[in-house]
Design a protein around this ligand. Structure first.
Ligand code: NAD
Length: 294
């Protein structure tokens, strides 16, 4: 069994780390929030006083942080973690960040002889808890193979998108589509409800018709339609509006760089931006329904 440093124990990192612990690995964990660390130490992990201490003697280091600035700050900036990681440690960076940031950190790791992959995930908090995440990997094939046994304890599908940063590009394309689909699903359900339909009945119909998608099948935005969905829990937990807004911003930046046209992605970014500005940033992104619901 391996010694794994896990940094960032939020909505996603916590259940992912718990699955590695359940698989029998030794976990040394760190998060800025003590309550997040306690969930893991209660389950048998060891707490480190900081990120540098966490990676000492680790076979693998995994990070799951909010955004590019946190990842760059951890590996290159303030914490300068790359200077404290041994060449024998495999680094798996799972946050959703700009492809450019992922490449920058990966190049710095390579310059120090450290193997690193970007491995952003899809599947939400439910997938993280069930160990059924999809990993979208960028980096060397050899590093992916070294990471595979660990990824398999947290996920079901593992894709190699290409070289460093490619995992992030694929992830951003996916999340732009997710943001559009969730807003579209909310819009359709609100139209049905305003026209006198029961949203649960309408959801059942859509989920067996051509408009079905991940939101209608697993993550319905209408409260009470799916007991397990964040919508039925006051939009608590799940994937934050501000994180979706970050991803739609990354998609917009990628579109600018590549001169691609993303009109629906831009519209979705504006909708989530408006929704966030109304004080909904920390809620789950399916709360975009509030913009439509009478
Ligand atoms: P979160 O905000 O719940 O968790 C992030 C954690 O990182 C927090 O506990 C925070 O304290 C910690 N942290 C921040 N800076 C740190 C540092 N320097 N050192 C140690 N800990 C630090 O976010 P989340 O929902 O777990 O998402 C994490 C990443 O996964 C994001 O990039 C997000 O876009 C992506 N993602 C989230 C979901 C989802 O459904 N929540 C799904 C797929 C991908």
């Amino acid at each position: 069994m391996s010694r794994i440093a896990f940094i960032g124990l939020g909505h996603m990192g916590s259940p992912m780390a718990l699955n590695l612990l359940k698989a029998g690995h030794d976990l040394v964990v760190f998060d800025l929030v003590p309550a997040a660390v306690k969930v893991l130490t209660d389950a048998g992990a060891q707490a480190a006083p900081d990120a540098r201490a966490a990676v000492q003697g680790a076979d693998v280091a995994i990070s799951m942080l909010p955004a590019s600035r946190h990842v760059e700050g951890l590996y290159l900036g303030e914490t300068e973690l790359l200077a404290h990681i041994a060449q024998s440690t495999l680094v798996i960076e799972c946050s959703t960040i700009a492809a450019e940031s992922a490449r920058k950190v990966a190049q710095a790791a390579a310059a120090r002889g450290i193997r690193m992959i970007d491995a952003p995930v899809s599947g939400g908090t439910g997938g993280a808890a069930a160990g059924t995440l999809t990993f979208i990997v960028g980096g060397e094939a050899e590093a992916l193979e070294a990471a595979r046994p660990y990824l398999e304890k947290m996920g079901k599908n593992i894709f190699h998108a290409g070289s460093a940063g490619a995992g992030q590009v694929a992830k951003i394309c996916n999340n732009m589509l997710l943001g559009i689909l969730m807003a579209g699903t909310a819009e359709a359900l609100a139209l049905g409800a305003a026209s006198g339909l029961d949203p649960k009945v309408l959801s059942d119909i859509i989920s067996k018709s051509s408009g079905r998608n991940w939101a209608t099948e697993l993550y319905n935005p209408w409260p009470g339609v799916m007991d397990h969905a964040p919508a039925s829990k006051g939009y608590a937990g799940g994937f934050g509006v501000d994180l979706m807004l970050k991803d739609l911003g990354l998609a917009a930046e990628a579109a600018l760089h590549s001169r691609a046209s993303t009109p629906l992605g831009e519209l979705a970014r504006n909708l989530y931006s408006l929704h966030s500005a109304q004080g909904n940033g920390p809620l789950d992104f399916s709360s975009i329904l509030k913009l439509y619901k009478k």
